[in-house]
Design a protein around this ligand. Structure first.
Ligand code: 6PG
Length: 268
């Protein structure tokens, strides 16, 4: 485990955590673009992030950024009424995906497309979809890793341990403490030290089946990692994980090497 990262826990109503998380992501996007010309954002699947992605697509007001004391470089925060959307140079990736067709109700791509892509104006070619239509899921994992590698090699944004430096990764939390498609029962995937993307079988997942997922090293080298989780049972688990009061659940193994860790959890 990495030494404890700089970490923050925010709880509130679903509306409050959604607004706050969206504002933080957009502020970080402008900081990343000002710093290195682009913003790389990894999106969680499942259902919890739906309101967050819809809010990102709408953009956030200057007042909201000011309310959460979030600075945005080169932006006149006094221009009240102004709405800030994700900057043009935003690039989207998936943290994990179920191996189903992209129009399947269980497809994370379909959920992201409906809630964010269609409304946000982000060009389709700025979204790198996990290739889950391959009969050989390992081939899909290797292909997606190559996609990420090409993206980061173009700007030498790979740290000395050869891992991608995503600007921000959004993760969800399962009732059993899984995150992305890293499940406690899959020690091989959890112990992966070099690959960035792996194919897993998740018979106990909801929905069960084959999946592609980022690995812990790929997640833990991000500049920022954000758990966004809703619902009472998870609120308690989220707090326990944050306080390091659980065993080595997959979500508890998320500990950014050099980045910051944010938890957003609504209380019931
Ligand atoms: C997936 C997710 C997964 C999800 C959690 C929580 O593809 O299933 O990435 O890790 O975030 O299972 O799912 P809900 O947000 O639907 O509760």
């Amino acid at each position: 485990m990495n030494p404890s990262p700089e970490k923050f826990f925010y709880s509130g109503t679903r509306k409050e955590i959604t607004e706050h998380a969206a504002a933080l992501i957009i502020a970080e996007a402008y900081r990343a673009v000002a710093d290195h010309g682009r913003f790389s954002l990894v999106l969680a699947g499942g259902n919890s992030p739906r309101p967050l992605y819809r809010h990102l697509a709408q953009g956030v007001s200057i007042e909201l950024l000011q309310h959460y004391e979030l600075k945005v470089p080169d932006c006149d925060l006094k221009s009240n009424g102004k709405i800030l959307s994700l900057p043009e140079n935003t690039w989207l990736f998936q943290g994990d995906e179920r191996c189903v067709p992209s129009d399947h109700p269980d497809s994370n791509f379909r959920m992201v497309h409906e809630t964010l892509l269609l409304q946000s104006g982000i060009p389709e070619n700025h979204f790198f979809r996990m290739p889950t239509d391959k009969a050989n899921t390992e081939k899909g994992a290797r292909e997606y890793e190559a996609t990420i590698r090409n993206f980061f090699l173009a700007s030498a944004s790979i740290d000395e341990q050869e891992f991608p430096l995503f600007d921000l990764i959004v993760l969800g939390l399962g009732d059993d403490g899984h995150t992305a498609s890293l499940f406690a029962g899959n020690t091989e995937a959890l112990q992966e030290k070099t690959k960035w993307v792996v194919a897993v079988s998740a018979p106990e997942a909801k929905p069960p089946g084959k999946r592609l997922t980022l690995t812990l090293p790929a997640i833990n080298h991000a500049r920022n990692v954000m758990f966004f989780t809703t619902g009472a049972p998870k609120a308690e688990l989220a707090k326990k994980i944050f306080l390091e009061e659980t065993g080595p659940l997959p979500a508890a193994l998320v500990s950014p090497v050099n980045g910051k860790l944010f938890w957003f959890s609504d209380h019931q």
